[in-house]
Design a binder for this molecule. Structure first.
Ligand code: ARG
Length: 466
C-alpha cells in the first residue's frame, strides 16, 4: 500500500482497474481526513460482525479470533496516535481493514464477508450520532440544573417582563429562568425521541439488497446496543434522517441558547445592569479599559448559524438522491461533526455563564417599578373592585398613565384625588396593587409568575432531574 496511488489501483476494489486515480480524484474522493473520527465505532461494528460470522459458521472461530485481536491492535495504534492514516485508502473503513491485513494477514480478507461499506458506514455513523444525542442530553441536564439554581434563588426577585422589549408587567427572575428550563427540557426530549427512533441497526443490509449468507442481524444489532435490525435493506443504507433529526434538534436547541445569550448580552450592558458576568466569562478590550465584554454569550448567539447551516446542507445533499447509496452521502459527516462540536461547546459555555452569574436585584426591581409596569394590575382592580368592563378599565387606566407621564411620575405616585378625578369609583385600596411585589404575588394562575408558583415549578424540575 502506498500513499501516492498514481500507478497502483486500490487494493480493496481495484481488481478491474489497471491504473490508480488521478491525484485530484483522490482528493475529492477521500474522506479519511474527517471520518477517522469514526474509528471506535468502525472497530466496534467490525468486531460485532466478525463474532456473528463465526457464530453462524460463515468464518472459522480461529479467523474470528485473529480478526478480533487484530482490530484491538488497530484500536490501540489509533489511540496511541501511531496509526498510519492513508489518503489512498479513502476512508476509515478501508484504512482499518488494510491495516488489519498488514497485522494478521489472510483472515483480514474474510471480515468483509456479507457486508459492504454502505451498511458499515451507516452503522458507524448511527453509533456516533447516538452518542452525540447522549452527550446533548447530558449537557442539557447540566444546563437545566444551572438555570434551576438561579430560579430557586430568585423565585421572589422582581424584574420587568417585556413584550416588544418594552416594559410590560413585573415578573420574577425565577420565572424568567424557568421559561428556559422548559425550553431546554423540550430540547432534551427531542434528543431522547431522536435517539429512540435512530436506534435500529443497518448492519447486514450489505450493499443494498441484503446478503445470501446466513447472517444473524438480531445478534449484531444486540451486540451494538440497537433495539432491532432495520427492516429494509434499501432504507438501511440510504437514509440519513437520523442525522437530520439530530441536526434539527440541535438547531432548535441552538436557537434557544441564542435567545438566552442575547438576553445576557442585553442584561449585562451598562444601560441595563441586570446581571454581571464573572471574570471567568468576560473579556476585556485592548483599547477601552472599562470594557467587560460578554464574548461567550455573543458567540453562542452566533453559533446557531453554523448548526442551522449544517442542517440545511445535509437536507440539500439528501433531497434529490435516488435509492439506495450515492457517494453524495459522504458529505453528511463533516456537517454533523461540526454541528455536534459546536452544540456541546455552546451548552457547556452557557452552563458555565449561568452558574457564575451575579444578579443585580436592586436594578431588576428598580426597572420593574418603572415604565408603568403595574398598569394592568390597575385595570384588573377596576374590573374586580369597581365592576367596570375590562375595555372601560383599560381606557381609565390609559388616562391615568397619561396623567402620570405628564407629571413625570409613576402610577403609585399619583394621589387618590388625582385618580378619583379620572374615575370616582377608585378607592385607597388601589394602591395595594400598584406595588410590583403585590403584582407578581397576585399572578397565581397555573404557570404564572407568583413566587409560590415559581417555587412549586422549581421543586417539580428538581425532582425530574433527580
Ligand atoms: N466513505 C464512504 C461514505 O462515507 C463510505 C461508503 C462508501 N461506499 C461506496 N459505495 N463507495 O459514504
Amino acid at each position: 500500500m502506498t500513499d501516492s496511488a498514481e500507478t497502483q489501483s486500490n487494493a480493496m476494489w481495484g481488481g478491474r482497474f489497471s491504473a490508480g486515480p488521478d491525484a485530484i480524484m483522490e482528493a475529492i474522493n477521500a474522506s479519511i481526513g474527517f471520518d477517522q473520527r469514526l474509528y471506535a465505532q468502525d472497530i466496534q461494528g467490525s468486531r460485532a460482525h466478525a463474532a456473528m460470522l463465526a457464530a453462524q459458521g460463515i468464518i472459522s472461530a480461529a479467523d474470528a479470533e485473529a480478526i478480533r485481536d487484530g482490530l484491538l491492535n488497530v484500536l490501540s495504534e489509533i489511540e496511541a496516535g501511531a496509526f498510519p492514516f492513508r489518503v489512498a485508502l479513502e476512508d476509515i473503513h478501508m484504512n482499518v481493514e488494510a491495516r488489519l491485513k498488514e497485522i494478521i494477514g489472510e483472515p483480514a480478507g474474510r471480515l468483509h464477508t456479507a457486508r459492504s461499506r454502505n451498511d458499515q458506514v451507516a452503522t458507524d455513523f448511527r453509533l456516533w450520532v447516538r452518542d452525540q444525542c447522549d452527550a446533548a442530553i447530558k449537557g442539557l441536564e447540566a444546563l437545566m440544573r444551572a438555570a434551576l439554581v438561579q430560579a430557586e434563588a430568585g423565585a421572589g426577585w422582581v424584574m420587568p417582563g417585556f413584550t416588544h422589549l418594552q416594559t410590560a408587567q413585573p415578573v420574577t427572575w425565577g420565572h424568567h429562568m424557568l421559561a428556559y428550563v422548559e425550553m431546554f427540557a423540550r430540547d432534551r426530549s427531542r434528543f431522547i425521541d431522536a435517539r429512540a427512533r435512530m436506534n435500529e441497526c443497518p448492519l447486514g443490509a450489505a450493499a443494498l439488497a441484503g446478503t445470501s449468507f446466513p447472517i444473524d442481524r438480531q445478534a449484531t444489532a444486540a451486540a451494538l446496543g440497537f433495539d432491532r435490525p432495520m427492516a429494509n435493506s434499501l432504507d438501511a443504507v440510504s437514509d440519513r434522517d437520523f442525522a437530520l433529526e439530530f441536526l434539527a434538534a440541535a438547531s432548535i436547541c441552538a436557537m434557544h441558547l441564542s435567545r438566552l445569550a442575547e438576553e445576557l448580552v442585553i442584561w449585562s450592558s451598562a444601560q441595563f445592569r441586570f446581571v454581571a458576568l464573572s471574570d471567568r466569562w468576560s473579556t476585556g478590550s485592548s483599547i477601552m479599559p472599562q470594557k467587560r465584554n460578554p464574548d461567550a454569550a455573543e458567540l453562542i448567539r452566533a453559533k446557531i448559524g453554523r448548526i442551522l447551516g449544517a442542517t440545511v446542507a445535509l437536507f440539500t445533499v439528501m433531497k434529490g438522491l435516488p435509492l439506495a447509496y450515492s457517494k453524495d452521502m459522504q458529505e453528511d459527516k463533516e456537517q454533523v461533526f461540526d454541528a455536534a462540536d459546536t452544540l456541546m461547546l455552546a451548552l457547556a459555555a452557557m452552563e458555565g455563564m449561568l452558574g457564575d452569574l451575579t444578579v443585580n436585584r436592586a436594578n431588576l426591581e428598580g426597572a420593574a417599578s418603572s415604565g408603568f409596569s403595574t398598569a394592568t394590575d390597575l385595570a384588573d382592580w377596576l374590573v374586580r373592585e369597581a365592576g367596570l368592563p375590562f375595555r372601560d378599565a383599560h381606557h381609565v387606566t390609559g388616562t391615568l398613565v397619561a396623567l402620570a407621564e405628564s407629571r413625570g411620575c409613576d402610577l403609585p405616585a399619583l394621589s387618590l384625588g388625582d385618580m378619583q378625578a379620572v374615575h370616582p369609583a377608585i378607592t385607597e385600596s388601589v394602591f395595594e396593587v400598584l406595588g410590583v411585589h403585590n403584582s407578581v404575588a397576585s399572578r397565581r394562575s397555573y404557570g404564572g409568575t407568583a413566587p409560590d408558583q415559581v417555587r412549586a415549578q422549581v421543586a417539580r424540575w428538581q425532582e425530574v432531574l433527580g
